[in-house]
Design a binder for this molecule. Structure first.
Ligand code: ADE
Ligand code: ZN
Length: 326
């Protein structure tokens, strides 16, 4: 009689998520219409045909271009609400959400518009979706550090509700050390620290993010597998790596999901979690990432429970909140 009871989703934390990467094609068209913006695609199908990427930069070009439809606080709020609703259905009980303020400032959108639009929805995420949330201001590593410093100062001056900073965009040629002063200033301001490293860039960028920036967490980090000494250090220090399997396949940093290093990373004892990165662009949310991993690998119940527990332990949530979720 209980055959219809659905499988219970493990509560997980999503730690690596770009809110602008949750803009679904349908919402892109709806916002374009609402704001009188002409898109360079005739319809949804034509837009979807652009979702075939050759590397990180080919994705970033489309990701930044589509942000043109985000004009008002309400637009940022609508995007954020849609993500929370979908993530809650995926079993996400805590989300740490990156926003790229510089990508909006450069289009003439104010810091208040983008930050307040996202933050207004995060403020009631617990009541609305049973999900705790933390906003992470992410800085574009292909811009000068001076720009990042100005934006961080402006965020602090407006008392923006951010809990951490991150570092994203084009990795190769923009090593972590370029942002040493930014991370020092954020640490002084009491913010938590994470950075993308070892996605397309080399294992040495992971080392640099730890040693020069002092980050607590590494976003992606899969290239650490090229350096056995680094793997040993990451295991010893329990450094969290927020891995994004479907993203890595779509951006061609691995050939196929079957070639993904996640099982090897688990076997090595690394503190890895499963995240969606830019789910509207890469074919799935956290639940889709888990489902596709399970279709390709023999993940044991133990492995799945460990991935879920790692995500919660590795979050910037309070110890009380972590205890509730474990
Ligand atoms: N910005 C959005 N998604 C990103 C990714 N996967 N890597 C670097 N920058 C990004
Ligand atoms: Zn990312």
């Amino acid at each position: 009689p209980n055959a219809a009871v659905p499988a219970r989703l493990l509560p997980v934390a999503e730690l690596h998520l770009h809110i602008e990467g949750t803009l679904q094609p349908e919402l892109i068209f709806a916002l374009a219409e609402r704001n009188g913006i002409t898109l360079p695609y005739a319809d949804l199908d034509e837009l979807r045909q652009r979702y075939e990427f050759t590397d990180l930069q080919s994705f970033l070009d489309l990701y930044y271009a589509n942000m043109a439809v985000l004009q008002t606080e309400e637009d940022f709020a609508a995007m954020t609400h849609a993500y929370l609703e979908r993530a809650a259905a995926a079993g996400v009980r805590h989300a740490e959400i990156m926003l790229d303020p510089q990508a909006h400032l450069s289009r003439g959108i104010s810091l208040e518009t983008c930050v307040n639009g996202v933050a207004s929805v995060l403020a009631t995420s617990m009541e609305d979706f049973g999900m705790s949330t933390i906003l992470i201001a992410a800085f574009l590593r292909d811009l000068p550090e001076e720009s990042a410093l100005e934006v961080l100062d402006a965020l602090l001056a407006m008392d923006a509700p951010i809990g951490a900073i991150g570092l994203d965009s084009a990795e190769v040629g923009n090593p972590p050390a370029k942002f040493e002063r930014l991370y020092a200033r954020a640490r002084e301001a009491g913010l938590r620290l994470t950075a993308h490293a070892g996605e397309e860039g080399p294992a040495s960028y992971v080392v640099e993010a730890l040693d020069v920036l002092g980050v607590e967490r590494i976003d992606h980090g899969i290239r650490c597998m090229d350096d056995a000494d680094l793997v040993e250090r990451l295991v010893d220090e329990r450094i969290p790596l927020t891995v994004c399997p479907l993203s890595n396949v779509r951006l061609r940093t691995v050939d196929t999901l079957a070639d993904h290093p996640l099982p090897a990373m688990l076997a090595a004892g690394l503190n890895v979690s499963v995240n969606s990165d830019d789910p509207a662009y890469f074919g799935g949310y956290v639940d889709d990432n888990f489902a596709q991993l399970e279709a390709v690998f023999e993940l044991s119940e133990f492995d799945k429970a460990r991935l879920a527990a790692n995500s919660i332990h590795s979050s910037f949530a309070s110890e009380e909140r972590k205890a509730e979720l474990l």
